[in-house]
Design a protein around this ligand. Structure first.
Ligand SMILES: Cc1cc2nc3c(=O)[nH]c(=O)nc-3n(C[C@H](O)[C@H](O)[C@H](O)COP(=O)(O)O)c2cc1C
Length: 344
């Protein structure tokens, strides 16, 4: 097992690199290939458009989620608190970053404890699935859920990040059995997410069979965690290899369609490279129930709650404007619209 100071250092470096370096994948989300067909006569009242929906067992005002990002350091605590406060004000779901640091070092728990700032919105605890092959099990999963009073747990699948990380854990052998055990024994719903390389239908199918309650595709087109780890690694072989993997991954749009091929009713989060409410609306029209925003909120989250709120309001306005433009007054109408088409 790694010592906690290494985990803390890694968390700080991740934030810094994501803010300062070019870490965007060379693949695009695929959402740019789609357009909405404008309806000149929408026949709805803009002021009555509703983004309200349900996440697991709670109603929320928007179908948006702050993707898992951070925790484990003082700086990360400040980021989490700003994101949580904004999530509560706007009615967004709040996902926390990997909580391994809080298991390794009890004092770091407070860097994830944002319930006071976000008392009503759904909060998701997070752990790397590979840790289930590294001495962690259902007890650790339950502990992190309890630590933050989470409504759900998400296990992240980050094989390519681990392989490019100097200290990475790369034994993913038979993880599916352990994921199934966690799903069975957990008191809260358990989901899985990628970190920016997406899902195909075969992987999604296995995970659904294992009992996951939701999948967050975290597809390619946004942050590339091969690029992020490259910047933490001085090794020339890693730098050269990262270049060769610039276009790795399943784009976000494709990932959403792939998961929907194998399940029409699984709670599906579309994420990976999403920056605008127009892209979010496209993800929903393709089959996502929720849309996650990661690095695109990071800059604001290091600044102030007001800046996060501005970003959220912009995204909500853009999504509602799409809905107005196609005459969809609620999310059900957006999900079932026939006004999304693929460009020639
Ligand atoms: C600074 C930062 C830290 C992250 N840490 C985690 C993490 O601890 N656990 C996790 O599952 N994903 C983590 N991610 C990945 C995001 O949740 C997301 O899946 C990925 O960045 C792709 O989305 P994006 O293109 O919107 O950034 C992190 C992302 C960022 C930007």
């Amino acid at each position: 097992m790694q010592d906690h100071s290494q985990t803390e250092r890694r968390k700080t470096e991740h934030i810094k690199i994501c803010m300062e370096e070019q870490v965007t994948s060379s693949v695009t989300t695929g959402l740019e290939s789609y357009r909405f067909l404008h309806a000149a006569l929408p026949e709805i009242n803009f002021s009555q458009i509703s983004l309200q929906t349900g996440f697991i067992n709670k109603m929320v005002r928007t179908p948006f989620l702050i993707s898992s990002m951070t925790g484990g350091t003082t700086y990360a605590k400040e980021i989490n608190e700003k994101l949580a406060e904004a999530a509560e004000i706007r009615g967004w779901v709040m996902a926390l970053g990997s909580m391994r640091a809080a298991i390794e070092k009890e004092e770091l728990v407070t860097t994830f404890q944002i319930r006071k700032k976000a008392p009503t919105v759904p909060v998701i605890a997070n752990l790397g699935a590979v840790q289930l092959n590294n001495g962690y099990g259902i007890d650790e999963c339950k502990r992190i859920v309890d630590m933050v009073e989470a409504d759900a747990l998400v296990l992240h699948l980050n094989s390519m990040q681990e392989v490019f990380q100097a200290e990475g854990d790369t034994n993913f052998h038979q993880l599916i059995t352990k994921i199934a055990q966690v799903c069975k024994a957990s008191d809260v719903p358990v989901g899985v997410k990628e970190v920016g390389f997406g899902f195909d239908s075969a992987s999604a199918s296995k995970l659904i069979e294992a009992g996951v309650s939701f999948i967050d595709v975290a597809g390619a087109g946004g942050t590339s965690w091969i690029e992020v780890e490259k910047h933490r690694n001085k090794n020339k072989r890693i730098w050269d290899a990262a270049e060769a993997f610039l276009d790795w991954g399943i784009p976000t749009a494709t990932s959403i369609l792939e998961v929907r091929k194998v399940s029409t009713d699984l709670l599906l989060i579309g994420s990976g490279g999403i920056r605008t409410g127009v892209e979010a609306a496209k993800a929903i029209a393709l089959g996502a129930d929720f849309v996650g925003f990661g690095r695109s909120l990071l800059q604001a989250a290091t600044s102030s709650v007001e800046e996060v709120l501005q970003e959220m309001e912009r995204i909500e306005f853009e999504c509602k404007s799409v809905m107005f433009g196609i005459g969809a007054s609620d999310l059900q109408a957006l999900k079932t619209t026939e006004r999304l088409f693929k460009k020639e």
